[in-house]
Design a protein around this ligand. Structure first.
Ligand SMILES: C[S@@+](CC[C@H](N)C(=O)[O-])C[C@H]1O[C@@H](n2cnc3c(N)ncnc32)[C@H](O)[C@@H]1O
Length: 193
């Protein structure tokens, strides 16, 4: 692996290009999130970190949550805004590089739950992230558990590991589930503050 800044698949320019080349339609929400709604029964306000163009943010807003979406791709957030507008939904957005402790510390939100879907957060960010969650709130993280053979963009450094959560103090792991979709292996963690 090359030394340097850890990136999830690519930098903001790479992601902008990826979102720009997508057709003008929103992908279906994450199936695992839909199955996990019981964990958000007590939540009102949910923060979607590395939201992309909003398939999960929009789904959650549609079913009544107040949603805050953060991503570092301008193109992704522009698409999210336009999908939200056409659905008559209000979603607060913030353009931010979530590898930067400095930027992340300035987010200043208080939510009942945070979701991170298909993005690997740097472990040092978790202690800060957890301060934005109200007591009793939920941290939901879902992603690759192994490098898939059919997606060359996902590398070893993008795989979720138990050690990612080592700096997460005073939280309880409610559930960890490994699962497969076709040949792809995933893992989903649910933490309670
Ligand atoms: C695989 S996509 C997942 C998007 C969304 N969570 C979903 O489930 O569809 C990864 C997302 O992470 C964002 N991302 C990657 N690195 C980031 C960073 N350093 N800061 C903020 N967002 C980042 C990308 O722009 C992209 O939208």
């Amino acid at each position: 692996m090359l030394a340097g800044k850890m990136e999830y698949m690519g930098d903001a320019t790479w992601w902008d290009e990826r979102f720009r080349s997508r057709e003008n339609a929103l992908m279906s929400p994450e199936a695992k999130l839909k199955l996990d709604l019981k964990y958000f029964a007590e939540s009102n306000k949910i923060l979607d970190l590395a939201s992309g163009d909003g398939r999960n943010a929009i789904y959650l807003a549609k079913i009544g949550y107040e949603v805050y979406a953060v991503d570092f791709s301008t193109e992704a957030l522009n698409r999210l805004k336009s999908f939200a507008t056409s659905e008559r939904l209000e979603i607060a957005i913030k353009l931010m590089d979530i590898t930067s402790k400095d930027e992340v510390s300035k987010l200043g939100v208080k939510v009942d739950a945070v979701i991170v879907n298909h993005y690997r957060m740097a472990r040092e960010i978790y202690p800060m992230l957890i301060t934005w969650i109200n007591d009793g709130g939920i941290l939901w993280v879902n992603g690759f558990e192994d490098v898939p053979e059919d997606n060359p963009n996902i590398r070893e450094q993008d795989i979720l590991r138990d050690s990612d959560f080592e700096l997460l103090k005073h939280c309880t792991l409610l559930d960890k589930e490994k699962y497969e979709v076709g040949d792809r292996k995933f893992v989903r963690y649910v933490w309670k503050k």
